[in-house]
Design a protein around this ligand. Structure first.
Ligand SMILES: Cc1cc2nc3c(=O)[nH]c(=O)nc-3n(C[C@H](O)[C@H](O)[C@H](O)COP(=O)(O)O)c2cc1C
Length: 358
């Protein structure tokens, strides 16, 4: 399968880095309509919308993911829209209904990213209980099972610890069952992925770090007679020379906002670090890593188009199926990536495939 490209929809203000560096990245509906149209023409197959309810990492304003996905569906024709959802703030029946409606509007282009939560403040603000780390995953797994049942069965009867449904119908069904993505890298996240998710998203990492997760989750899924695909996050800085690209990274970090990064750092202690094994997302991230709030610098897609394309091929070789991209200047860089990097990756993939055949 050829590599897929996704981009982070900037549906929260402040861009994808916690930095005061000037960014030509908007967050409004109008900006996002423009980015989605540019992205689908540039060769991106997925747009990932974030879920966020209160300001964190300097993201003062946040558009809701499902509502925005519905609007983006009407101004695009090819790109798949992955809306992030936080179990605990919604009932899965309501979400199943909203997503099947967007699936109708978009003619089969909706997907969901189940995020199990790391931000206790959101739950406190919105008045819902905050569960322990692994309990959040138990709830997410039930949430996914309810979504799938409603999307595929005539009537859903579900008796779980978190949700109950009684002869629940859902019509119209989605045109095709929306793929289920998930974020989260702890042991509970990996096990849940192996049982119920179609895609496992990873925060930015080294090649070895990605490989370790991929091998483990693949083996867990195989033990459950399932297969799963992998998406890797990366913050992309492509410039004509490697030095220019590295300078942009230094500028982003030197303009970082210590107060916002510090606040974010204290909030993410409720993620992987709060799991029984104390591993998972952000468990080993340092200050500079956290300036991109999904560890996107670690992946190293920073350099010339050729260097970045080569590293993307390395990621493909270890089992990555999708590259999730974020940029400093969305106004120009989505298109530039489509013009300069995606065609190079396609050439290199073709060469790789020929090598494997011979
Ligand atoms: C690609 C990706 C996207 C994510 N999107 C969101 C999001 O939109 N909102 C959110 O609150 N958490 C988001 N998360 C966080 C996770 O869903 C999860 O809560 C966090 O990774 C903690 O996981 P862990 O404790 O299993 O390591 C995302 C994670 C990844 C890897």
């Amino acid at each position: 399968m050829s590599l897929k490209f996704a981009y982070w929809v900037p549906n929260v203000s402040g861009g994808l880095v916690i930095s005061k560096i000037p960014q030509r990245t908007g967050w409004s509906f109008e900006d996002n309509a423009k980015y989605a149209q540019i992205a689908e023409e540039a060769g991106f197959e997925y747009a990932l919308l974030q879920t966020r309810f209160i300001a964190s990492y300097g993201a003062e304003n946040q558009l809701e993911a499902i509502a925005l996905a519905s609007a983006l569906a009407t101004v695009t024709s090819k790109i798949n829209l992955i809306a992030a959802v936080l179990p605990g703030l919604w009932h899965p029946g309501t979400v199943a209904k909203m997503l099947s409606t967007i699936d109708q509007i978009s003619r089969g282009r909706v997907a969901v990213n189940i995020v199990s939560g790391w931000f206790k403040g959101e739950f406190q603000s919105y008045g819902e209980p905050w569960l322990d780390h692994d309990e959040r995953y138990r709830r997410s797994e039930e949430f996914i099972r309810v979504l799938r049942d409603l999307w595929t069965k005539d009537e859903t009867n579900f008796r779980g610890d978190f949700y109950r449904l009684n002869n629940a119908p859902l019509k119209p069904k989605p045109i095709s069952t929306p793929p289920v993505f998930q974020g989260g890298n702890s042991s509970a996240a990996r096990q849940m992925a192996s049982r119920v998710s179609d895609w496992y998203f990873m925060n930015g990492n080294t090649i070895d770090g990605f490989k370790k997760q991929i091998d483990e989750v693949k083996a867990l899924a195989a033990a459950n007679n399932r297969s799963i695909r992998f998406g890797a996050n990366a913050f992309i800085i492509v410039r004509d020379t490697e030095e220019e690209a590295r300078q942009v990274l230094r500028d982003i970090i030197s303009h970082s906002d210590p107060e916002a990064v510090g606040g974010f750092r204290s909030q993410v202690l409720f993620a992987g670090k709060a799991s029984p094994e104390q591993e998972g997302m952000w468990a080993n991230s340092d200050y500079n890593d956290l300036v991109q709030y999904n560890d996107g610098f670690k992946t190293g897609l920073i350099g010339t188009p050729e260097q970045v394309a080569d590293r993307i091929i390395e990621l493909k070789r270890i089992g990555v199926d999708l590259i999730l991209t974020g940029f400093l200047h969305y106004d120009e860089e989505i298109k530039a990536f489509g013009d300069k990097v995606i065609p190079l990756v396609r050439e290199k993939e073709a060469r790789l495939a020929a090598l494997l055949v011979n």
